[in-house]
Design a protein around this ligand. Structure first.
Ligand code: ATP
Length: 236
């Protein structure tokens, strides 16, 4: 029998001004599993993550994290249920130092600071530096470290690569994979770089116009780039 889902999204429709941008979406992610959520601009990836954490009300359907139904819940309760979102655009305070940003993100019962920093060696010498002075990749590392300090059981990552060189992403995605394995964390990874995402994910879902165009095991989809690209561009 498969392990119980850490995150179970069922029949979710969510959008803006009553108009769904995501329709009838069902996704489940097990503990320790990385699911890549792929699709072109406007496909509904960010909308899915926002609805999953309750920042956007669901029009229909349900979201359950570790047995706790999240529908209609406030965002703080979602965090308490063990779900963390790393937003696109980084979510770090530019006028504060790296250490201050990390201190703000610490939670009682969360993850150990030193252990978490151990996953991001380049951050250590930068602890006293103001975040506005960090590179994009360093800021993204910090945003990830902040989310991880809460000790989430479910981590939702929105376009880590936004504005980053593929090289910087290539370093961060394996870290996410390792953390998913070590902490038995369920991860939903929204990512533009298909090959990078498929190389670390267990499974992938391709969205097109708010619907699932393709879903499968990452290892199989790596061999079928033609199918992934067809789904990506809506030719299914
Ligand atoms: P991207 O890679 O460009 O971020 P995405 O897959 O994350 O794309 P979403 O941001 O979820 O896509 O957008 C899905 C749809 O919802 C798009 O058609 C978008 O224009 C629309 N949308 C997003 N945010 C809003 C908003 N605040 N108000 C109205 N429509 C929105």
């Amino acid at each position: 029998t498969p392990p119980p889902a850490a995150l179970e999204i069922s029949g979710l429709s969510a959008g803006y001004n009553g108009v769904p941008a995501v329709r009838d979406l069902s996704i489940s992610v097990a503990q320790g599993e990385v699911l890549a959520l792929l699709g072109p601009n406007g496909a509904g990836k960010t909308t899915t993550l926002l609805a999953a954490v309750g920042l956007l009300p669901a029009l229909r359907g349900s979201v359950v994290a570790l047995g706790t139904p999240l529908r209609g819940r406030r965002v703080e309760r979602t965090a308490r249920a063990g779900v963390s979102l790393v937003p696109a655009g980084r979510g770090v305070f530019h006028q504060l130092t790296v250490a201050e940003n990390l201190r703000l993100a610490r939670r009682r019962g969360g993850a150990d600071l030193d252990e978490t920093l151990g996953h991001f060696p380049p951050l250590r010498p930068l602890l006293g530096r103001r975040c506005g002075l960090l590179s994009g990749g360093e800021q993204q590392m910090l945003a990830l470290a902040k989310a991880l300090l809460a000790g989430p059981r479910v981590l939702l990552v929105d376009e880590l690569s936004l504005g980053l060189a593929p090289l910087a992403v290539r370093g961060l995605l394996p870290t996410i994979r390792a953390l998913a394995d070590e902490r038995r964390m369920a991860v939903v990874l929204v990512e533009q770089h298909l090959d990078l995402a498929l190389s670390v994910a267990d499974r992938a879902v391709v969205l097109h116009h708010g619907r699932v165009a393709l879903a499968g095991r990452a290892a199989e989809l790596r061999e079928r780039r033609d199918l992934v690209e067809a789904a990506y561009f809506g030719h299914t």
